[in-house]
Write a protein that binds this ligand. Structure first.
Ligand code: SAM
Length: 245
């Protein structure tokens, strides 16, 4: 049992609004879906424009946040010392502290995101690009990214040495027809391509499948299937796009 003095009281300084209503389909790291729109809305009393004075001079930010959609409300029983990273196919175990797993003590996340704009007309809203965060994610802190100290291209990256491979994505005529009717159709098409290219299916699912999966993006449910041409690689086909329930 930890000493009670090891417990810290943290409060959300803001909340994420994003294109990802739930966690399935969100790219597994930031920067992989640059078409994803997100903003961080600061909460009182942190929504004081003075608190972000000077931030506009930085292009990238570190966000510390809580994986609020992961289990963990009831303490230590909710974490396991070993996790199975998708990068290793979902079967090989590594230590939780050797991973970026969402199932971890304290459920703390850390993402490097691009800062696009700051709106202080009503409170404070930071417009972001490349966030890998579900809508409603509570944010605990913001820090500017310093490339001269925090960019280490020579660093060892363990079981994830390179960016993940991407799948080809195609849209059915029915899906294209839905996009054609929407004002945000072009940005949505780009988002669908970027999200599905990461292959959001569970890591132990590879290759073609009968099953149809659904990823929620904005107000829509994007339904897709994994296909395999006779000799070619797996590709993901968007079968239909319907309003999310
Ligand atoms: N870059 C971050 C980090 O290392 O802390 C995130 C890594 S984690 C593997 C990325 C995944 O977190 C996403 O694919 C998504 O499924 C999940 N996720 C995003 N927001 C979440 C939230 N609020 N609660 C639980 N899971 C979330």
């Amino acid at each position: 049992m930890n000493d009670p003095s090891d417990a810290f009281h943290l409060t959300s300084i803001g909340m994420i609004e994003s294109d990802f209503p739930d966690k399935f389909g969100i790219p597994r790291q930031p920067g992989l879906a640059t078409a994803a729109k997100a903003s961080l809305v600061l909460l009182p009393p942190y929504d004081d424009p003075l608190a972000v004075r000077g931030l506009e001079a930085f292009s990238h930010l570190w966000l510390t946040f809580v994986f609020h959609l992961s289990p963990g409300q009831s303490g230590p029983a909710d974490w396991n010392p070993l996790v199975r990273p998708p990068r290793l196919g979902g079967n090989t175990r590594v230590g939780v502290f050797a991973s970026r797993s969402t199932h971890r003590p304290n459920r703390l996340g850390l993402s490097l995101v691009e800062l696009v704009d700051i709106d202080t007309s009503r409170g404070v809203r930071l417009w972001l690009r490349g966030a890998d965060l579900a809508d409603g994610t509570p944010v605990l802190d913001i820090k500017p990214y310093l490339p001269w100290v925090e960019s280490r291209p020579d660093a060892l990256a363990g079981f994830a040495p390179d960016s993940p491979p991407q799948l080809q994505v195609v849209l059915s005529p029915e899906a294209e027809a839905v996009l054609a009717l929407r004002r945000d159709g072009d940005s949505l098409r780009e988002l669908i391509h970027q999200v599905l290219a990461q292959d959001p299916r569970p890591a132990y699912r590879r290759g073609a499948e009968e099953r149809i999966y659904g990823v929620r993006l904005r107000d829509l449910d994007v339904r897709f299937q994994a296909l395999q041409e006779r000799t070619g690689p797996t590709l993901l086909r968007v079968v239909e796009i319907v309003p999310a329930q």
